[in-house]
Design a protein around this ligand. Sequence first.
Ligand code: S3P
Length: 444
Amino acid sequence: MSHASPRPLEIAHTGPLAGRLTVPGDKSISHRALMLSALAVGESRIEGLLEGEDVLATAAAMRAMGADIVRGDDGIWTVNGVGVGGLLQPEQALDMGNSGTSTRLLMGLVSSHGITVTFTGDASLSARPMARVIEPLSTMGADITASPGGRLPLMVRGMNPAVPIRYTLPVASAQVKSAILLAGLNTPGITRVIEPVATRDHSERMLAGFGADLTVEETTEGRIISLAGEAELKPQQIVVPGDPSSAAFWVVAASIVPGSDIVVANVGLNPTRAGIFTALRLMGADITEENARTVGGEPVADLRVRHAALSAIEVPADLAPSMIDEYPVLFVAAACATGRTVARGAHELRVKESDRIAAMAAALGAIGVETEEFEDGLAIQGSGGAPLPGGGTIASLLDHRIAMSMTVAGLVSTRSVTIDDVSPVATSYPMFFQTLDELRKQAL
Ligand code: S3P
C-alpha cells in the first residue's frame, strides 16, 4: 500500500477555535479489537472502530487469514473469528501500508501458527526496525527471514507448537510486548513478558476481557505479565473510546490559539496514554475533565480546553512511554510557550513513522523556530505567546503526526505554512481537516 499522489496543503493563521468535537476511535485499541475478535469463536461487534488506513490494513490481513469482517451501514463492525490456532495461510503477501502496529502485532500472531506469511509496507514502514520483535519471536520458534537490517519485506514461518518464553523488554515498547503475548495465545504453557517501564496496557485489558487467563504483577523487576496459552477467546461487544493521540492535536491547538474554547468529547484517558495532558498542564494549559466515565473498560472523559499562556518546562522523561506519539505536537506547544522547553529521554522517537526528532527540528526550523537537537530529544525556544514566523515548506515524510502537528503550528503562524503532503493523515485521522474547518467556523 503506497500512498496515492502527494497532497500538498497550505495552512493559514486562524482566529479562535470553538465548539464541541469528537475524535475517531483509538488506533491501538482498534487494532487489538479486530485481532482478538478474529481469534474468538463466534460473533463480536465493534462500535467506534477507527476507520483509518492503518486499522483497515489490520482488517484486510485478518480477512486474508480467514476471519469474516463486515462493516454495517450503522458503522458497527461485525467479526466472526476463526478461533485461536485457526488462522489460515494467506494467499498473498500482507501489505501493512504505513502501520508498524499492524506489522509487529501480526508477526506475533503468525509466529505460533503453522503458516508462512510475507509482510510488506510503504517506504516509511520498510525503514523501521523489526529486530526487536524478530528476536523474541525467533526464540519462541518462528523462522523469520528479513531484509537487511531486520526490515520489511520479511517472511515469518510460524512454529506450531511454539515454545513459551519469559522475556524482559529491552526497549519500552507496547508493540513488542503485545507481539509476544499474541504469539503466546496459541503457545502451550505460560508466556511471560516483563516490562521494567510500563507501556500502554490495552492488550492486557482486552485479552482479559476476551476471557484469556492473564495475570499482571507489579514487582521490583517491573510489571510481569503472564498469559496461559492455548487460550479460548469468547466473542465480545466492544466500544472503542476516542483516541487521546488524536485529541492531543486539538488540545494543543486550543491552548495556543488566542480566544479558543473547545470541548473534545469521549477522550480515552488510560494512564498509560495520558502523559501529554500531564505535560501540557505542567506548562499551564487550561484543561478540565468533564463527565468522567468508563467506556469499554477504559477511563474516558470530555476535555474542555481554553487558550492559556504556556510556560516552558523540562519534560519529565518518565512521561515518555505514556506520551510517545505526542512529542511532535508537544514541541509545537513548546514553540508558543515562554522560555526554552527541553525534552530528553525520548530516543524511541527516532524510529517512528519518521525520525521525529530530526523531522520536527527541520519542520520547526523551516517556520522560524529555534531548536537544539539531542540524540534523545529536542530543546525548543518558545515565542512567549507571539505568533510564529511561518512561511516555510514542511516535509511530512510519510508521517501523519508530523503533518498534523505542523498544521497546528500553521494556525498560529504569521505567514502561511505549506506541508508537502498531508495524505498520510488518513492513516489515523481521515476527518482531521473537516474537523479543523468546523472548529474555525463555529468561532465566527
Ligand atoms: C503502539 C505502541 C507504540 C506507539 C504506536 C502504537 C501500540 O509503539 O508509538 O503508535 O498500539 O502498541 P512502540 O511500542 O513501538 O513504542
